[in-house]
Design a protein around this ligand. Structure first.
Ligand SMILES: Cc1ncc(COP(=O)(O)O)c(C=O)c1O
Length: 397
């Protein structure tokens, strides 16, 4: 039995069988590369679901973990800690004016739960408008906000009070607002839904609509935030600021960490005891988050993601022109790019042929190849990944 077979069989015996996995057991990662238990090397264009914004095992992250883990790893929330205060300041200061306070959690779905509770608390209303094809997480509140029946179907009944409208359709939001509406929740780019980009006019229109109708705007930037789209936050391209902001994934660079943030006006509606969490603001997680954001800003990685993303799109459009019957569309922003293929089968083939060639691609929404590599990926590695994609399409064709 090979090492790969051994660990796959242990997983099959002991782990909940909920993930459709590729037959690869990863043991090591550095920068944009990972290695499996057999010693095979892969270029990782998935970056742990877009999480490893600084690449795998970045020295600043290792250093922060080593330093803080020796000093203080966990305290109860009855006490202040240095990393929590420092990181709160750094994160809020990196966000646009109007985002004034933060609450730290462990995962994206918890950030969305906090945002939904806060929206209800701040408005005294209970209805939420979300979009079809959206993804906001898998705990019951976030799942109730997720506009994809395939995720919701086996968990009914979900929370009441969620309405779903088409994405990029401002009139549909306007019509859905009732006297009970607390908030609209949106992703600036629907990532899990297949990399669908919100139009700038739409985002600005939603902001104005929320203001004029007295409801809150929650932006779920768990996938689009932390430099991914070529700005610190995806909403910064449209020059709008949400009332409540959800961050996750890249914020910890690979360490489990997420956050919801809000304006002073909204966050001050929370009173002592309204929300909490054993690990909220865990000193180790905050020390890592602080190192991630410090590095991201010092190395201008959002701007870099913008430039690299533009060059990548140009290369992908050439590939699109060469395979007009295989590729439906290339879309995205910064280093969150989707290549929509003609079928799920074609996308599945790309992923498995990629593994054979030593390049990891991710498939979203069935037929979309989603590229979200580390923001600091060396260009020659990214071009190698895109060239390999072109070669693979020849085989698929
Ligand atoms: C936009 C968005 N919101 C929420 C989530 C849920 O985050 P997590 O898996 O960390 O709970 C995801 C995860 O992919 C996401 O992309």
């Amino acid at each position: 039995m090979s090492q790969t077979e051994k660990f796959i069989s242990l997983e099959r015996q002991y782990y909940a069988q909920v993930f459709p996995r590729h037959p690869v057991v990863l043991v090591e990662g550095r920068g944009a590369k990972v290695w499996d238990v057999e010693g095979r090397e892969y270029l990782d264009l998935t970056a742990g679901w877009g999480v490893c914004c600084l690449g795998h095992s970045h020295p600043k992250i290792i250093e922060a973990i080593a330093r803080q883990s020796k000093q203080l790893m966990q305290v109860s929330n009855l006490f202040y800690t240095v990393p929590q205060s420092r990181f709160a300041q750094r994160l809020v200061q990196a966000c646009p004016d109007g985002i004034d306070r933060v609450f730290f959690v462990n995962s994206g779905t918890e950030a969305v739960e906090g945002a939904l509770k806060l929206a209800r608390r701040a408005t005294g209303k209970t209805e939420i408008i979300s979009t079809l094809n959206s993804f906001h997480g898998r705990t019951l509140g976030a799942l109730s906000a997720t506009g994809q029946p395939k995720h919701q179907a086996s968990h009914q009944p979900l929370l009441p009070g969620f309405q779903f409208v088409p994405y990029n359709d401002l009139a549909a939001i306007s019509e859905a607002i009732t006297e009970h509406t607390a908030a609209v929740i949106l992703e600036p780019i629907q990532g899990e839904g297949g990399v669908h980009v919100a139009e700038t006019a739409y985002l600005r229109g939603v902001r104005e609509l929320c203001d004029s109708r007295g409801i809150l705007l929650i932006l779920d930037e768990i996938q689009t935030g932390i430099g991914r789209t070529g700005a610190f936050l995806g909403c910064m391209h449209a020059h709008i600021v949400p009332d409540i902001l959800c961050l996750g994934k890249g914020i910890g660079g690979g360490f489990p960490l997420a956050a919801f943030l809000a304006s002073e006006r909204v966050m001050r509606t929370c009173e002592l005891g309204d929300h909490g969490g054993t690990y909220s603001g865990n000193p180790l997680a905050c020390a890592v988050g602080d190192a991630v954001i410090e590095t991201l800003l010092a190395e201008n990685l959002a701007e870099r993601a913008w430039d690299t993303g533009k060059a990548a799109m140009t290369r992908l459009r050439k590939i699109e022109a060469a395979f007009p019957t295989l590729i439906r569309e290339v879309r995205g922003k910064g280093l969150l790019i989707g290549v929509e293929l003609i079928s799920d089968e074609a996308a599945k083939m790309v992923v498995s042929l990629g593994i054979e060639r030593g390049v990891l691609y991710n498939r979203a929404a069935g037929n979309v190849i989603r590229l979200f590599p580390p923001l600091n990926i060396p260009e020659e590695l990214l071009w190698h990944g895109l060239d390999a994609f072109g070669e693979i399409l020849k085989e698929v064709a």
